[in-house]
Design a protein around this ligand. Sequence first.
Ligand code: KIV
Ligand code: ZN
Length: 497
Amino acid sequence: MEGKVFIFDTTLRDGEQVPGCQLTTSEKIVIAKELELLGVDIIEAGFPISSPGDFESVVQISKAVSNPTICALTRAVDKDIDAAVQALQYAKHKRIHTGIGSSDFHIKYKFNSTREQIIERAIAATKYAKKFVEDIEFYCEDAGRADNVFLAQMVEAVIAAGATVVNIPDTNGYCLPEEYGAKIKYLVDNVKNIHKAIISVHCHNDLGLATANSLAGVVNGARQIECTINGIGERAGNTSLEEVVMAMKTHKELNLYTSIDTKRIYPLSRKVSSMMRMPVQPNKAVVGKNAFAHSSGIHQDGMIKNKQNYEIMEPEDVGAGKSSIILTARSGRAALNYRLELLGYHISKEELEEKYEAFLKIADAKKDNVNDKDLHALMGQGSSDRGIFLEDMEVICGYKKTPKAKVTLRVNGKTASTESEGNGPVDAAIKCVDKIVKPNVVLEEFLVQTITEGSNDFGKVHMTVRTGEQTNHGFSANTDIVVASVEAYLDALNKLY
Ligand code: KIV
Ligand code: ZN
């Protein structure tokens, strides 16, 4: 069996269903174009019957993107299929994704129907869609919990009716990898006409098994994975694109490959995260902020000796910059020496011993990591006055008021203050900082997260600034999110300069 695995991206359909993640049509077009550059084979652009906005998005994405197949979701209902056909009219390559429940739970409690009637509806929908579009994907919803014998009958019937792709969703993220893999193998071995269609896997992450289940599916004969950027999606999410793609790339012995340009993964992960207002957890596989950051002494020592001791893939390969050695009180002499050398300090063994003692005192005193500024100070090259510090800040904002801010900073020992307006209090305050510091940076990411849900909660702010090739992250937490935003911005600028 050929090893190419088709990547079906459903960020703009299953991903966009998440509360708070909704996008405008123009934002969806931006992401669809990036997905095309990333090299996905199929973009599920929406569910046209569900709303005029979704319909319009499918139309506009069909016009904007030409390489990937554009797919539109429907239920096994004629009017849904009619809407999908209409919405897809401008697509160069088009696919209708129709389907119905396949587990006894869905058949009885969702459709109040019988297995026989469900198969009839599945055949009718496939035949109806096939009148308009050649490429028809059929989903057997809740296949994860469906009886394999019945599932095989359903799959055989829809392929005979014209389905080119059969989707076996683990809709509720229920299956274990071995069980899901065996389900796919059962279909490969028992569906007579299976060679006429591609088997697709669509796994949800309720038990944290979506990636493992998708891989079990392709190992057992599936050749399409349905996934989303950062694994966003309904409840605990969908299979994350970056995880399955990098798992197949890293495990060459699987002889499975995709058309994904992996260097584009990290930048697109960040774009989707900020456009959908969905932060990426720092320890997220492949794209988390800490995915290539090493902080324990033993690991750092091993990394410095040979990166392969603790890195199974290169951060550069997913567009994530370089691996980093984070200095904390748990770091050893090797890590300290490594970071000092990067800053141009080459010291003897004896001097390192002495600096290491002083370093441990700084690391213990700081709640945060020891940064380059601290290292310069350690080497007697910095003063505590070097850097940009917030001295004072006031903002005026409210209903029908133009937001205004007044900010006072101490920059390398000198105090300066200024005022500015903005489209919101954060914008006004950041403009003040820019007026004083005049940094040559682009603000790439600005994420605000709360820890609990109360109005008295802390706001955690994460900012990423870029200048040329260099990016820096800044953080702060405060009950006042405007203050936290300015502090996070200054933290990022301080790391840059
Ligand atoms: O999870 C699921 O079953 C789905 C189908 C609509 C494909 O998203
Ligand atoms: Zn789904």
